[in-house]
Structure formats: C-alpha cells, structure tokens
Ligand binder design. Structure first.
Ligand SMILES: Nc1ncnc2c1ncn2[C@@H]1O[C@H](COP(=O)(O)OP(=O)(O)OP(=O)(O)O)[C@@H](O)[C@H]1O
Length: 911
C-alpha cells in the first residue's frame, strides 16, 4: 500500500500529463483495495493539474505566443532549434485553432437551431408614394422587431410573428447583418438556401440584388463569404453557377446561348439525384471564382439573360425563379460538415393574382407556373417543419433542384416581402399566411410564452458565445500569421509540407493553362474521390470539361467498345442540329409537376472526346459552352452596359481552340471578341435553313444562325414589313461533325440546304413560340423592343460580316454530309404540322447571297442577304444544259428508246 501511495505521489508533480490518468484508473479498477484517500487525492491532483496546465496553454496562446517564442529563438541561437520551436508552436496553435473553430461552429449551429433551421424574415417595402422612406410609417402595419400586426379592417387586425421583421426604412446593411450568420454556416459545410419570396413588385430583386450603389444580399453575401474564406486557415474552392426556372424548365443563365431562348426553345437542364439525396444539375455551367469582381461580372452577365417582362404591376417583373449557386469545396477540413456544400440564393418569381395583373397569353402561363412552384415550395417547407415522413420534393423543379439544401441538415432562410399598399391587402394576407405556414410550425404552435422567453435568452447567450469564439479564432489566426512570418524570416520561405497547418493549403492546386484558362485539381485526385460514387453520380466528360478535369481520364470509368466509324450514327448530330429541343424539353408549367423528361442516353464520341446526348438540347449546350474549336461568329453577348462591353472588348481576342476549360475571363471575353471578328471558315460546313417560297425576294431581317458549336445571332427590325412582326431565318449547321469523313470536293465551299419561312405562316412548334411572342398583350412591345435594341447593339458593337452559303456546291450523293442533311430534312418534316409546310421546309437549294451594307445607329455593317429571285440561271447556262441533254440523247437515244423511255423522258430532263 505504501508502495502504491508512493507510486502515485511520484506521479503527482505538476507536469504530469493526462497519460497518468488512465494508469491511475486502471489501477483503481484492478486493485480496488488500493482505493485509499491518498490515491483519490493523487487523482484529484492530476485532474487539477491538467486543467490548470490547459488554461495556461490556452491563455499563453491567446495572449502573445510570439513573445513566448521570441526569447527561445534568441536564446537558442541555433537556427534548427528555433525553427523547431516555432514549428511546434505553429502546430499547437493550429490544433487550438481547429478546436476553437469546431466550438464556434457548434455554437453557431446551436444558435441557428434555437432560432430554427428554417427561419422566416419579413420585409415591408416602402410605399412608392412616400418620398422620404426613412420617416415612412405604413398605416396598414403595426410593427416591432418580430411581430407584424396587419390591419385587415377598420377595427380588426391580424397578428403574425417572424424571426425578424424589417421595417420599410430598414437598410440593406441591416437586412444583410441578420442574414450573415446563415451565410457563414456555408463555410462550416452546411447547405444553405436563402429565398426571397413575395408578391410581384414587393422588392425581392431589390433585396437580393440591390442597386449598384446599394448592393443586396447576393453581392454582400458572396463578398463576405470570400473574405471569410480568405481569412480562414483553409483554402476553399468556390464555383459559381446561375440558372433560372422558367415555365417549369431549368435554364442555364451562363450558357452562351442563353439569349436564344426568346426565339427558340431554350435548352433545359435535367436534375440528377443520388441515392444519398445529393442533387446535381446536369450540364450546368460551373465557373471557378476566386475574387468578388469575377462573381459580380458573372452575376451581371447572368442577370441579362434572366426572363423579365413588363406587367401591370412591375415594369421589370421577373418571370422566372433565379437561382444562384455558390459551391464550396474544402479538403482536409475535418470540422466541416461536408467537403463540398452549396449556398443557394434564390430570387423567386413574384406570386401574383392573375386577375389583378390581368395577364394573358404567355404572361398568364408564366404567372401560373410561378404560382404552382411557389405552392410546391410551401408544401415542402411545411412538410419539413412539421417533420412529416414524406416531403413532396418532386412536385416542382424548384424543390427538386433544392432538395438537398432544404432538409434538416441545411439552413434555410425565407425573406417574405410585402407591399405597404392597401390595395395589395389580399396579396399581403396571402404572403404572410404562406410565410407563417413556412415558419417553425411546431415552435409556434407548441411554444408557450415562458418557453419562448427562455429560448430567446439562450439564443442571446449563444450569440455572445459565438462572437467570443470568433474573436478568439481571429486572435489565434493573427498569431499564426505572425509565427509564419517569423519562421520565414528564420529559415527562408517555409516548406509547406512541414506544417500540418499548411496541408490544407496544399489540398487544392490550381492549374493555370498557358492560354489563361483556369482549372483546378485536388491533391486527393478527383477520380479517387469519385471512384466510390455510383456511376451516374460521377462527372461526365462534359462536366470534367467544365471544371477543368479533362486530363483525368480515369474520371470516366465507363469503357464502351469503340463504335466503328462508318457505323457512328451521324443522326445523333443531325438530331441536335435541326431540332435542338425536343418537346419533352420544353413544356409549359405542367412539366413542373413531373420529373425531368430529358432522356439521358449518353453516347460517347471518340472524335471529340465529348459525350452527346440524344436530347438535342443537352448536346447543344455542351457544344456551345465548352468549344474546343476555332473562333466562331458567335455574338451571344448583348449588353445594356456599354461600359462593361468596352472594358471587356479591350482584352485581346484569344484562340480558344486548345482550351480545355473556360475561366471566367475567357467565358466573358469570348463573347465579345468573337463579336468583333469577321467570320471566315476553313473547314467544311453544312447549313440548313428554312425557305418559304411565298416570301421569296423579301428581306430576311432576322437571322438566327447556329453553327452547332458556335452561333451567331443577327436580329433587325423588318423595315419593309408594315406590322411589327419579325421574320426569321434559322440556319443550323455543323462544323466538326463531318470532319474528315465528309466527301466534299471543295473544302472551302459551303453546302446549303434549307428553307426560308415567314415566322407567322410556319406552323412548327418553334414558330408557335414566336407567334406567342407577338400575341402577348403585356410586355409584347417591350420584348420586341428589347430584341430590336439587342440587335442594334450587336450591329453597333461589331461589324459582323457573315459569309454564309456564298459558294454553294453540289452535294454528293451518299456523302455523310448528305446523310446528315437528310436526317435534318426528316426532322424538319416531323416538326412541321402540315404537309405544305413540310414541303416548303424540305427544299434543297443552292442560294446565292447578296452582300449589302446597312446602317444601324450610324454604324455601317455588312449583312448577308439571301434572295431567291436573284437565283436566276443565266441564259447561256440554260442553253448549255439543253445542248448537253441533246447530246446525251443523241448518244443513247436508241438504247433508251429500246428500254421504253420515250421523248417525254428527255423533255422532262430539260424542264
Ligand atoms: N426596400 C426598398 N427600398 C426602395 N425601393 C424598393 C424597395 N423594395 C423595392 N423597391 C423598389 O420597388 C420596385 C420593385 O421592386 P422589385 O423589382 O425588386 O420587385 P420584385 O418583388 O422583384 O418584383 P417581381 O416579382 O415582379 O420581379 C423597384 O423599383 C425597387 O427599386
């Protein structure tokens, strides 16, 4: 016993480590008889020592680790020892920072949990009639920081309660400061979703986007996120994507051909879901961003393509839901919830009472689609709040795409917007009712006053704790930085492999291609990371293009037997070319209630290393987004911001031929530089375009030319037309597809196949959409004017000289090109409703062109015009033909007559 006591006495000194404790406990368990007062005292002492030594360590770290290290560096004199000591300090600081970050995250999480995983804020728009918003007091509302009393009748009011209420005079800063903690939890690896909901014209876009001098939640949030990520001790990879849900279809706002949606069926994206509940939008453009300015430029670009229109209620009404997705990836940050998470910021389309907006035509359909999806969103959030076993995510594309960011492991914030006007009372009641439904149902219904007070107290304490921990983290970070500087000073540039702290910086390596395109790769190798995923979750080759991982062939583990080249279905391309969007892809709001109808029948092309889908739209997107091709005449960027255009145009044009991936600058510059280039093609080309005999000789005022991988858009007002209509010519073609196998005698010449048509006479579904544009009551003029404006801008901005079909050649029978055209022809036939249309559409013709110079807004441009009436055969040529036929007849006449072919046969050859 004495020995035992002695033993514990020896183990008692203040420098005992925690390692002594298990020994003691083991002794305790093994030798119960040794449980003496002195033993207990010794254990107590160990614990006490342990606590105090921890406190000393942490306080010394918190205070001035540098000061502690300074003497050791000086005293030791030896560089190696100094380096080692600094390194040790760095390691210990890093581990402390990790602990602190973990605690901060936990505290923030607890705080947000107390507030509710789904939180609802309410913002009341200032009345437009009130000049001075700051002193405006809406008579309709009686507000405090979390309660809204709405006067519904003279002596009756309705009460609503929210997590936070913003008065009409609340500033953008105030709004953002409340939202910031939710955004910050994205850095901790949570999926976050922030919605702006409300009646049309109540300020959703104002809150989310803001104004240039008064930015909203999106720019502020992204800026804060980037700043905080830069401050953190990990390196984050941010990617930016932007899409809209228009009439129940997902559209990429950053895809270069986004602007075509007005005149063509825009390609729609499909949603893929993993068994684990992860959601990925197939073919979505994902752009790596590293600084705020890049994000803003992309955001502005995307916003230009968003569907907006003038309505009775809002002159710039959003006709779609706009979704901004920031994806965050951070490796080796074990305290983060997940390696890759998403932050969604969603500007929802305005809910509207269709009677009130008096919408009709397309506006009506848009309004219905928006209302339907909002109602589906309400159902989903209500189901989540009430913890129902079934959450109806599949009822709308909106909820489908957000489904992994709306669950219990995510943070959701809804900002409901209401109007202060009395005439909007009904909509206000609806919106507030919706928000109340969304808001913590279980909390609201089950919580007593006392419980609420208690919760609020805990929340306040937790908030303090979070702030305190943030301050501590900040201090440790500063000290780490100082130590690193000192270390550099002592031994030169720090070898990052020496410190675990720097491991995180190594985890993501940036690859800068010589041409400026940016890509990234992980030291953990993406292919490794994705190897365990189910096949459909692994990135496609196209996705790899997007994120710059094309060089990782191991990514695509699918091995398909090579298709013999002669059997390669050229129709895959033809399908995509002539009919970029299938019916399934474009539907009215009713598709909102279905899972994506786009088939994902992947076919691998060995020629270009991309995958093409039978869904034409997808094929088109892939080709347009990541062109590995020559400079094209694409003029997809239409800007309202001349300054921006000028600025971008300063950047010299780059050949994109070898690009594996588009960096943000390349994406933006491509559009501008190509716009100002004269289009000359070296390779062979097949053009398919529409031709309407009845309109021969009429000017083609709008040419929408799409060269599969490249596109050009020329639109101009039809000057000759009395009505406000537009005529349209669609030119589709291929560039790369026929490749070497094309048997065209003169590679420099172009083959032309197609038809002209008048946009209103044609009956294809594509034209119906144009018709709809012209039938609209509201926004019609605006939209057309917009088109005209865009067109004029394009003409002004660049002097596009488009030379298409200038040198027609005969098409050799059975050449792959002809097969291609035949399949195009078949498609066109299918797309035409009447036989007459079909006949019109399938004319094969060699058309000469007339180059004309026109002036738009003072800028002289060269336009290629097709005029069939000028397609006259010369009289000499005519006689030559007759002579040839007579000659043939003379040679073979007797032989043919013996076969039963009479003179009529030869006459037929002539005419
Ligand atoms: N808090 C505010 N302060 C000042 N102006 C505001 C505020 N909220 C909205 N507005 C103004 O009200 C008008 C309509 O706002 P906004 O376009 O953001 O509405 P919306 O809800 O996005 O409409 P829709 O759903 O039709 O797109 C804009 O001119 C905007 O500047």
């Amino acid at each position: 016993m004495r020995n035992m006591d002695k033993q514990y006495e020896v183990a008692q000194p203040s420098k005992k480590s925690i390692r002594s404790l298990p020994n003691s406990i083991q002794s305790l368990v093994g030798f119960k008889r040794n449980l003496t007062p002195s033993w207990i005292e010794s254990v107590r002492q160990i614990i006490k020592d342990l606590r105090s030594s921890n406190e000393v360590a942490s306080s010394s770290i918190k205070c001035t680790p540098l000061e502690k290290i300074q003497p050791s560096v000086n005293n030791d004199g030896g560089t190696d020892d100094s380096v080692k000591k600094i390194q040790d300090e760095l390691d210990s600081l890093t581990s402390i920072l990790k602990q602190l970050t973990l605690h901060r995250r936990q505290a923030l999480n607890d705080y947000l949990d107390l507030k509710g995983n789904i939180r609802v804020f309410c913002r009341i728009r200032p009345s437009p009639t009130d000049v001075n918003y700051a002193y405006y007091k809406p008579p309709l509302f009686n507000l405090d920081s979390s309660n809204v009393s709405l006067r519904v009748a003279d002596n009756k009011s309705k009460q609503y309660r929210f997590d936070k209420v913003f008065h009409p005079h609340s500033t953008q800063e105030e709004v953002f400061s409340e939202i910031e903690p939710v955004i910050n939890s994205a850095l901790d690896g949570y999926n976050v979703c922030i919605f702006a909901y409300g009646q049309t014209g109540t300020g959703k876009t104002y809150t989310m986007e803001g104004q240039p001098d008064n930015p909203g939640v999106v720019p502020r949030g992204i800026k804060a996120l980037l700043e905080r990520a830069a401050e953190s001790n990990y390196k984050f990879l941010f990617t930016f994507s932007m899409l809209e849900i228009y009439m129940g279809n997902l559209r990429d706002l950053l895809a270069p051909n986004s602007r075509k949606r007005r005149v063509q069926k825009a390609p729609c994206l499909s949603i893929q879901m993993s068994p684990e509940g992860g959601v990925e939008v197939e073919n979505l453009v994902v752009i790596k961003v590293s600084d705020f300015q890049q994000v803003i430029r992309l955001y502005e670009l995307g916003m230009r393509f968003r569907s907006t229109a003038s309505t009775m209620v809002n002159s710039m009404s959003s006709r779609s839901h706009c979704l901004i997705r920031i994806s965050l990836t951070c490796f080796n940050a074990h305290e983060r919830r997940r390696e890759t998470n998403k932050l969604w910021m969603v500007d929802l389309g305005g809910s509207e009472r269709l009677l009130k907006t008096q919408a009709s035509g397309r506006r009506l359909q848009e309004g219905k689609a928006i209302n339907l999806s909002l109602s589906a969103l309400g159902d989903v959030i209500a189901a989540l709040q009430s913890k129902k076993s079934h959450v109806p995510y599949r009822n709308s594309k909106l909820t489908q795409v957000l489904c992994d960011s709306l669950g219990s492991d995510s943070k959701t914030l809804m900002l409901v917007h209401v109007s202060p006007n009395e005439e909007d009372l009904c909509e206000t009641i609806c919106s507030l009712g919706f928000a109340t439904r969304v808001r913590s149902i279980h909390l609201e219904n089950e919580e007593s006053e006392g419980e609420r007070a208690k919760r609020e107290l805990s929340m306040a304490q937790m908030e303090q704790k979070v702030k305190q921990l943030e301050r501590e983290c900040e201090e440790v970070r500063r000290n780490i930085k100082k130590l690193k500087d000192r270390l550099k000073h002592v031994r030169g540039p720090m070898n990052p492999t020496n410190s675990s702290f720097d491991d995180s910086y190594q985890s993501i390596e940036e690859v800068q291609y010589p041409d400026g395109a940016i890509s990234f790769q992980s030291s953990r190798n993406f292919s490794e990371a994705s190897a365990g995923l189910p096949r459909f979750m692994r990135p496609t080759i196209c996705s790899q293009h997007k994120i710059g991982l094309t060089h990782y062939n191991a990514f695509n583990t699918r091995k398909k037997p090579p298709i013999p080249s002669k059997k390669r279905p050229s129709s895959v391309y033809a399908e995509s070319i002539i009919s970029p969007s299938k019916g399934a892809c474009f539907s009215d709001y009713n598709s909102e209630c279905s899972i994506s109808a786009v088939s994902l029948n992947w076919k691998e092309s060995e020629e270009n290393g991309t995958e093409s889908s039978q869904a034409g739209s997808e094929y088109e997107i892939k080709q347009v987004i990541f062109p590995e091709q020559e400079k094209s005449p694409r003029t997809t960027l239409t800007s309202d911001d001349d300054e921006c255009i000028k600025e971008l145009a300063k950047v010299p044009a780059k050949d994109t031929r070898d690009k594996k991936n588009l960096g943000i600058d390349e994406l933006l510059n491509l559009k501008v530089t190509e716009k100002t280039s004269t289009y000359t093609r070296r390779s062979k080309r097949v053009l398919a375009f529409a031709f309407d005999k009845e309109n021969k000789g009429r000017e083609i005022c709008k040419a929408d030319i799409q060269l599969c991988n490249q596109s050009i858009n020329l639109e101009a007002p039809n000057e000759k037309s009395e009505s406000n209509t537009m005529e349209k010519v669609s030119l589709y073609g291929t560039v790369e597809q026929f490749g070497e196998s094309t048997e065209i005698d003169h590679p420099s010449k172009n083959m032309v196949v197609g038809k002209f048509y008048n946009g209103f006479d044609a009956s294809s579904s594509e034209l119906t959409e144009i018709k709809n544009h012209h039938k609209e009551d509201y926004g019609q003029a605006t939209e057309e004017n917009e088109l005209i404006m865009e067109c004029q801008k394009e003409y002004v901005e660049g002097t596009n000289k488009v030379e298409i079909g200038s040198e027609s050649t005969k098409i050799q029978a059975q050449s792959p090109a002809l097969q291609e055209m035949n399949s195009c022809k078949e498609e066109t036939l299918n797309s035409c409703q009447s036989k007459e249309d079909a006949e019109k559409s399938c004319l094969l013709s060699d058309l000469p062109k007339v180059d004309q110079r026109e002036t738009f807004n003072g800028a002289e441009v060269s336009i290629t015009r097709f005029q069939e009436e000028e397609h006259d055969i010369g009289i000499f040529e005519f006689f030559m033909q007759i002579l040839q036929i007579l000659w043939v007849r003379a040679l073979f006449g007797l032989g043919f007559q013996s076969l039963g072919l009479s003179d009529d046969f030869f006459d037929g050859l002539m005419f």
